[in-house]
Design a protein around this ligand. Structure first.
Ligand code: MOS
Length: 714
């Protein structure tokens, strides 16, 4: 069953509206919390007048830094807010949570929030890079081999703007207490991440916190951390003795729920006349929002992509008065690859070498910064197959050489790579008398297809149809499985599903030989064979459903654990190559992506249908990164286009047919399953491929994302 097109098992309930998302949760007596947010970007709150809000109809409570809900400091870093809300009066960013109004209805809470007046002692917020190196350190510095510079030199800087995840589902949390037990329905990329955070900040034992997050309407990194509505809803519910629902507005999501940082990379490369790199230096600069701690290691992708005897990257952090910068699909790699893939194209052109050939000449057969072998790598096959299928050999040698009516036509390509690993995961599989099985773990499905991966792998191991397996995700009471991040779900959870599905067969056989009602009672367990949903011994075969019914038991279950992979000897990555055609209007400068092919080497692909969709979605997100997406900040440090009308993401008309191919090379070292990751791989290199195609079409090299038409005119 592995490696075929399987429809999503949760598809029907999603398209019919039956899938319960956090904000859909209905609890009798629920109250509504509305966040009050700062209207300055930096300073101190000197006063808040809440009298009118408190007197407003339906209002139950108004919490502010002057009347806070008690929240303890966060302990573990989670790429989100540095401090819990309302515990101090310092303003670190525009849109910071400074109050929480709870009322009987959402409208009452929102209207009362509007009646609060806040006074500040303001300071000018810091929102830009130039001349403001406030905190500099070289986080990573690698010098491999001796300094032997080549004849050819190249230097250029590449910049990327703030971006936002723009998941369709805004951040929502519903909290309810039963004595000292908390139940919380919330958006999350991992129920255990919420449980841990709430345990820290509420001072409650994690076993008393039940987190439910069965369906998540997109995450992209923006739901890895827990933002202000999570602790506020839970703490207010505890204080009031009523359930509380809090949903961020879209503008609040932009302000306080994380963003991709602004970056600059200055790449200097030297090479021999035949294009062999002799040194690569990438000096990366990244913003860090003062609302959080996290910063992007934007230059690090340069460490592992091309062979060179000298590679050095640095990281400089610019703290800005913004909410937390956080992980966003391929954090580091999406921005990092734009710079290096553009630079490789520029250097290839300077040398008169074809861009694919340039990459093959600098192919890293060993991990460039460690010299270790790869677990598996078939990137050369991605380049060759992609070039063949795309028709790369027909590409014009000169830029601005192909014109079709009013459109200048160009093609470009780029490399994609993303780290692979296997964490520890535990999964429970249970067999039922009606012949079905459930498979459960705390994993999350953000629209990624993880439910279906669970169902396929359990069905495959149990030898029963996918339709007879019920995957259960997003519940903190399940065994601890992988959170959805770092393209880590299938490679970590998949092997654990297989282990659990094998273990439950052993449990079933034990039942068969020990239960007095069983026709196999008293037999040697070694004589019993499990196959295709049935146990057999001698001439007797019985399905597990019939056996469980005969034995009159409710089911058998097993928890299987797959350990974390520890292998200091190899480097693990997924690989791919993108090829695209871009047309740029000769008069308006409008760029349109018109053709796309991605070839991926990501080990075993469990569900080819959902995996293609993952890569296509990532390419669409990369088209946004390349051509459309940028969040603007004004002098008050406010994200000005903080809505889905003004922050442009690709729509159907912006997206061509996207062809995706998967090479069939299971990774022999990552796990018995052989699956690496695909969630983030697809966006890496997309902006570089598009920038290269734009250059090929027009002769204009744009080193500043997004590539908007104003940069292509004149
Ligand atoms: Mo994702 S950016 O790996 O949460």
């Amino acid at each position: 069953m592995i490696g075929h097109d399987v429809d999503r098992v949760d598809g029907r309930i999603k398209v019919t509206g039956a899938a319960p998302y956090a904000a859909d949760t209905k609890i009798p007596g629920v109250t509504y919390g509305y966040l009050v947010t700062s209207t300055v970007g930096r300073g101190q709150i000197t006063g808040m007048d809440t009298a009118a809000a408190l007197a407003s109809p339906g209002v139950l409570a108004v919490y502010t830094p002057f009347n806070p809900l008690k929240l303890f400091a966060y302990v573990q870093e989670q790429n989100d807010e540095r401090l819990p809300p309302l515990q101090d009066k310092e303003i670190r960013f525009f849109g910071q949570a400074i109050g929480f109004v709870v009322a009987e209805t959402w409208e009452q809470a929102r209207d009362a929030a509007g009646l609060i007046t806040t006074t500040y002692q303001q300071q000018p917020p810091i929102t830009e890079f130039p001349g403001r190196t406030l905190q500099k350190f070289d986080e990573v510095e690698e010098v491999v081999g001796a300094q032997t510079l080549g004849d050819i030199t190249f230097t250029a800087s590449y910049t990327t703007p703030f971006q936002h995840h723009c998941a369709m589902e805004p951040h929502a949390t519903v909290a309810t207490w039963n004595n000292d037990h908390l139940t919380v329905y919330t958006v999350s990329q991992g129920a255990l991440l919420v449980q841990r955070r709430l345990s820290e900040t509420l001072g409650v034992d994690p076993v008393k916190i039940h987190v439910l997050s069965p369906h998540v309407g997109g995450g992209f990194g923006g739901k890895w951390g827990n933002w202000a509505q999570v602790p506020l809803a839970c703490a207010a519910s505890r204080a009031l003795g009523r359930p509380v629902k809090a949903v961020l507005t879209r503008e609040q999501v932009f302000a306080m729920a994380g963003h991709r940082p602004m970056t600059r990379q200055t790449i200097s490369m030297t090479c021999t006349a035949d294009g062999k790199l002799t040194s690569i230096v990438n000096d990366g600069v990244t913003s860090r929002g003062l609302g959080g701690n996290w910063s992007e290691s934007v230059a690090n992708w340069t460490l592992t992509t091309y062979a060179s005897p000298n590679i050095r990257v640095t990281k400089t952090i610019m703290p800005l008065n913004l909410g937390a910068a956080t992980v966003m699909r391929a954090p580091g790699e999406a921005n990092g690859s734009f710079a290096l893939e553009s630079a490789m194209d520029e250097l290839a052109e300077q040398l008169g070498i074809d861009p694919v050939e340039m990459r093959l000449r600098n192919y890293a057969t060993l991990v460039p910064n460690t010299g270790k072998p790869w677990s598996s790598k078939h990137l050369d096959e991605c380049y060759r197959r992609g070039a063949e299928e795309f028709g790369w050999s027909r590409r014009a040698k000169q830029v601005r050489a192909t014109v079709d009516g009013d459109w200048l036509v160009g093609t470009g390509m780029a490399t994609a790579t993303y780290g692979a690993s296997r964490g520890q995961a535990s999964i429970k599989v249970r067999l039922y008398p009606n012949g079905t099985a459930s498979v459960s773990g705390t994993a999350a499905d953000l629209g990624t297809g993880q439910y279906t991966v669970f169902a396929i792998l359990a069905a495959d191991e149990l030898g029963i149809p996918v339709a007879r397996v019920r995957p259960e995700l997003g519940d903190s009471t399940s065994p601890a499985a992988a959170n959805a991040g770092g393209s880590n779900s299938t490679c970590t959870n998949g092997p654990a599903v297989q282990v659990a599905a094998r273990s439950v067969q052993t449990e079933l056989i034990t039942l068969a030989v020990t239960n007095p009602r069983s026709p196999f009672h008293g037999k040697d367990p070694a004589s019993i064979v499990y196959r295709d949903g049935s146990v057999s011994s001698g001439g007797l075969t019985m399905s597990f459903g019939t056996l469980l019914t005969t034995c009159d038991v409710g089911g058998v279950e097993a928890i299987g654990t797959s350990p974390r992979l520890v292998d200091p000897e190899h480097g693990y990555r997924s690989f791919g190559a993108h090829f695209c055609e871009v047309r740029v209007h000769r008069l308006t400068g409008e760029p349109r992506v018109t053709r796309w092919l991605s070839v991926c080497d990501a080990g075993t692909i469990v569900n080819t249908k959902a995996a293609r969709s993952q890569i296509q979605g990532a390419v669409v997100m990369g088209i946004g990164q390349a051509l459309l997406e940028a969040t603007e900040v004004d002098a008050s440090a406010r994200f000005t286009n903080a809505n889905l009308a003004s922050y442009l993401v690709p729509v159907h008309a912006d997206v061509p047919r996207i062809d995706v191919r998967f090479l069939d090379h299971p990774d022999p070292l990552v796990s018995g399953l052989g699956a690496k990751g695909i969630g983030e791989l697809g966006i890496v290199g997309v902006a570089g491929a598009i920038a290269n195609a734009v250059h090929h079409a027009t002769g204009v090299r744009v080193r500043d994302l997004p590539i908007t038409l104003d940069k292509l005119l004149g």
